[in-house]
Design a protein around this ligand. Structure first.
Ligand SMILES: *Cc1c(COP(=O)(O)O)cnc(C)c1O
Length: 405
C-alpha cells in the first residue's frame, strides 16, 4: 500500500505468521471479513449485490426501526458520540442509568449492569466472580467468551458433553471438586440453535450445592412469553444465580448486561475489569436500547412471527430432505454439510440466488460439522422463506452433483 510503513516485526515471527496463514488457506479455513451495507427490511448489499440477509442476529428487525433510530439520534444530538470515560470515572450518563433500571425491570431482578459488549460481560463477570480454588462445569459448546472468562478466573475447568447431562451429574456428585461449584451454560447454543435443559441443570445444581450462570445472548427478546429468554420459558428465573445477556442481537443495538441481586451487581461494578477499565457504551446506544426494549414488550407479535417463519423454514428444508439439526428450535437453523469447503461453496451458491447465509467452519464448530447457519428474522415474509428453502435446496444439490462428476 502506498505510504504504508513496514512494521518492524521480528522476521521469524513474520515467517511464522505467513506459514500459519498458508496452512489456514490450504485447509479451507482462512476467513476474510467482507464489507456489508445494511438497509431496511432485512436487505443488505455485499460486493454490489443486494441480498436478503439470513446471517443476521437482529432477530426482531429492530436495528433499523425508525423509532429506535430516532431515540439514538435525539440522544446523539444532546450527548455527542463517545461516552468519554469508563462508568466509574465519568462515562455513565443519565441514559446508562435509565437503561440499567429498564433492564432490571425487564428481567425482574433487583439490579442490572452494562458492559461494552456481551463478550466483555461474560469475560468480566466470570473472572470477577469465580475464585481460582473453585470448580467450573462447562458445556462443550459454550460461547468462546464464556470459555475465556473461565480461563481468566484460573478455576478448575470441567467440560461436559453437550448432550450428556449424565456426565455432568456424575462429575458434580463425584466429590473430588474443590471450592465452590459453578455450572456455566449458554441457554441457546449459537451454532446448533438448541436450548440448554435448564430445569434439569438447576435440579443438578440444587442437589450438588452449585450455582448456575447462564448466557442468554441468543434468547433475550426471542424466547419466553415476555421475551426475557429461556429462564423465563422454563420458569427457572429464581433458580439461576447470574443472568448475562447482550443488547447486540435481538435488541438490535450494542452492549452486554448482567441482571441479578443488588449485591452481585455492586460487586461487578467494583470488580469486573472489562467494565471498570473500558469506556462506557455511547449514550445514544443506551437510548436506542431503552426504546428497543419497550418495543420488545409492546410488540410481542414480532416474536410470534419470528417463530412462525422459523418453523416454516425448518419444515420446508425437511420437505426437501435436507439435514436440519434435529434439536434446533427458534430462529437459528443449522444445516450440517461436513467439510469446510462444502460450507463455503454452499454459502456462495445460495448467495448467487440473492440470499446471504453464513458458512460456518472450525474452530467455531467441531471438525467435520461445517455448516450453513441460517438465522431467520422478523423482517421477512413467508414468500421469502419459501424462496430461501428453494435456493438452499438448489445449492446443496448442485454441490452433490459437482462431487459426483
Ligand atoms: C454473540 C454472543 C456473545 C457476545 O455478545 P456480543 O454482544 O456480540 O459481544 C456472547 N455469548 C453468546 C452465546 C453469543 O452468541
Amino acid at each position: 500500500m502506498r505510504g504504508c510503513v513496514t512494521a518492524s516485526i521480528d522476521w521469524r515471527v513474520s515467517m511464522q505468521l505467513s506459514q500459519r496463514l498458508d496452512d489456514l488457506r490450504e485447509s479451507g479455513l482462512l476467513r476474510q471479513a467482507r464489507t456489508m451495507r445494511p438497509s431496511a427490511n432485512g436487505w443488505c448489499e455485499v460486493d454490489g449485490q443486494l441480498l436478503r440477509n439470513f446471517a443476521s442476529n437482529d432477530y426482531l428487525d429492530l436495528a433499523h426501526d425508525e423509532r429506535v433510530i430516532a431515540a439514538a439520534r435525539e440522544a446523539l444530538d444532546e450527548y455527542g458520540v463517545g461516552a468519554r470515560a469508563s462508568a466509574l470515572v465519568c462515562g455513565r450518563s443519565e441514559w446508562h442509568a435509565r437503561l440499567e433500571r429498564r433492564l432490571a425491570e425487564f428481567e425482574g431482578t433487583q439490579d442490572a449492569i452494562l458492559f461494552p459488549t456481551g463478550y466483555a460481560a461474560n469475560v468480566g463477570t466470570l473472572s470477577a466472580l469465580i475464585e481460582p480454588s473453585d470448580t467450573v462445569f462447562c458445556d462443550r459448546f459454550n460461547h468462546a467468551s464464556l470459555i475465556d472468562g473461565m480461563r481468566l478466573s484460573r478455576a478448575r475447568l470441567r467440560v461436559y458433553r453437550h448432550d450428556r447431562l449424565d456426565t455432568l451429574r456424575r462429575e458434580l456428585m463425584a466429590g473430588k471438586t474443590t471450592g465452590h461449584k459453578w455450572i456455566v451454560t449458554d441457554t441457546v447454543f449459537s451454532m446448533d440453535g438448541d436450548l440448554a435443559p435448564l430445569t434439569e441443570i438447576c435440579d443438578l445444581a440444587d442437589q450438588s450445592g452449585a450455582d448456575v450462570i447462564v448466557d442468554e445472548a441468543h434468547a433475550t427478546g426471542v424466547f419466553g412469553p415476555s421475551g426475557r429468554g429461556v429462564c423465563e420459558l422454563t420458569s427457572t428465573e429464581d433458580r439461576v444465580a447470574v443472568r448475562i445477556g447482550t443488547l447486540s442481537k435481538a435488541v438490535g443495538t450494542q452492549g452486554g448486561f448482567v441482571a441479578g441481586s443488588s449485591e452481585l451487581i455492586a460487586w461487578l461494578r467494583n470488580s469486573a475489569r472489562t467494565q471498570v477499565y473500558s469506556t462506557a457504551l455511547p449514550p445514544a446506544i443506551c437510548a436506542a436500547a431503552v426504546r428497543s426494549l419497550e418495543l420488545i414488550q409492546s410488540e410481542p407479535e414480532r416474536r410470534t412471527r419470528l417463530f412462525q417463519l422459523s418453523d416454516l423454514l425448518r419444515a420446508e428444508l425437511r420437505r426437501f430432505d435436507l439435514n436440519v439439526l434435529e434439536q434446533s428450535h427458534g430462529p437459528v437453523i443449522p444445516l450440517v454439510l461436513g467439510d469446510p469447503d462444502e460450507a463455503v461453496q454452499a454459502a456462495r451458491l445460495v448467495e448467487q440466488q440473492r440470499f446471504l447465509v453464513a458458512g460456518i467452519r472450525p474452530p467455531t464448530v467441531p471438525q467435520g460439522t461445517s455448516r450453513l447457519r441460517i438465522s431467520v428474522t422478523a423482517a421477512f415474509n413467508e414468500q421469502d422463506i419459501r424462496a430461501l428453502a428453494v435456493a438452499i435446496t438448489r445449492a446443496v444439490s448442485e454441490l452433490t452433483m459437482q462431487e459426483k462428476t
